[in-house]
Design a protein around this ligand. Structure first.
Ligand code: SAM
Length: 287
């Protein structure tokens, strides 16, 4: 990917797909080059603030709820009783906020490699960081690959991989070795959930991710899709991987009786998100 901005537009170009995505902007608010990546913040005309990392859109004020809710609530309501959660990446803190809405969760460790992302999010997306001081939250800055490799065995209920694409620092979060680390760290009823790119633009990658999860020893997979306007194709996915056994039904009654607000997620959306288009089914079945 590459990006450029004219006085009036931010544009992310997807060269391999010869497509692009633009948002009208009024000004660039911040730019910081960290040891890992370049983080930029723009003021848009219709989407609020926009964060990009190495020229790729990450979050905007207007639509981030779609992604943050779908990266957290399906896995949390699929697990019977999630207490200890780890978020790899997630530096904008939106996923952390959603996880902490679940009162049964006792601890959330967020490990993002780049402190610059979180510091800029605190300044320009304070609404995403409103739960950062929750006593259950620990925000760490480290490589998620090393963190999971060193995690205590059978100590985690849910691992959420809310990372950038498999390039640069994120590359090592999409392979069998990393998934084996996650499997070891999860308890027997544990679940890994990872942002798994676009079913339309990145189906080969998504299929490779699923195959690597299976090769690492995960026993069952569920890929859920959802709208994500500012990402390539506007159609995104997350993939849940179960450490042992097969996925059963999710806790729909609990989801419907949630004591907190969501703007997108509900039990109907959760059920519908599990439905796969035929072309995706065929790719997953190798047919
Ligand atoms: N929603 C975005 C997406 O799907 O592209 C991801 C948002 S979040 C900002 C992505 C985060 O992954 C970034 O803050 C980045 O620093 C972090 N990240 C990338 N590689 C990492 C690694 N190896 N360990 C921990 N965090 C990593």
């Amino acid at each position: 990917m590459s990006s450029f901005h004219s006085p009036q537009w931010f544009t992310e170009v997807h060269h391999d797909l010869e497509s692009a995505y633009s948002l009208k902007i009024t000004e660039k608010l911040a730019e910081q080059q960290s040891p890992f990546q370049k983080v930029e913040i723009y003021q848009t005309t219709q989407f609020g603030k926009l964060m990009t990392i190495d020229g790729c859109t990450m979050v905007s004020t207007r639509e981030n709820f779609l992604y943050h809710e779908m990266m957290s609530h399906p896995a949390l309501y699929t697990h019977p009783e999630p207490k200890n959660v780890v978020i790899i990446g997630g530096g904008d803190c939106g996923t952390l906020r959603e996880v902490l809405k679940h009162q049964e969760v006792e601890s959330v460790h967020q490990i993002d490699i780049d402190e610059v992302v979180t510091r800029l999010s605190e300044q320009y997306f304070p609404e995403l960081c409103q739960s950062n001081n929750d006593v259950r939250a620990q925000i760490l800055f480290d490589d998620g690959i090393a963190f999971m490799a060193n995690a205590e065995p059978e100590s985690i209920d849910i691992v959420i991989v809310d990372s950038t694409d498999p390039v640069g620092p994120g590359e090592g979060l999409f392979n069998r070795a990393f998934y084996q680390s996650c499997l070891k760290a999860l308890r027997s009823d544990g679940i890994l959930v990872q942002q798994s790119e676009s079913p339309l633009y990145h189906l080969a990658l998504l299929t490779d991710m699923r195959n690597a999860m299976t090769a690492a020893g995960f026993s069952d997979l569920q890929t859920l899709s959802f709208p994500q306007p500012i990402y390539p194709s506007g159609w995104w996915s997350c993939t849940l991987a179960k450490k042992q056994g097969a996925f059963g039904d999710f806790r729909a009654v609990d989801a419907n009786n949630a004591e907190f607000e969501t703007l997108y997620y509900n039990s109907d959306i959760h059920q519908a998100a599990k439905a796969l288009p035929n072309f995706v089914k065929q790719a997953f079945d190798g047919t």
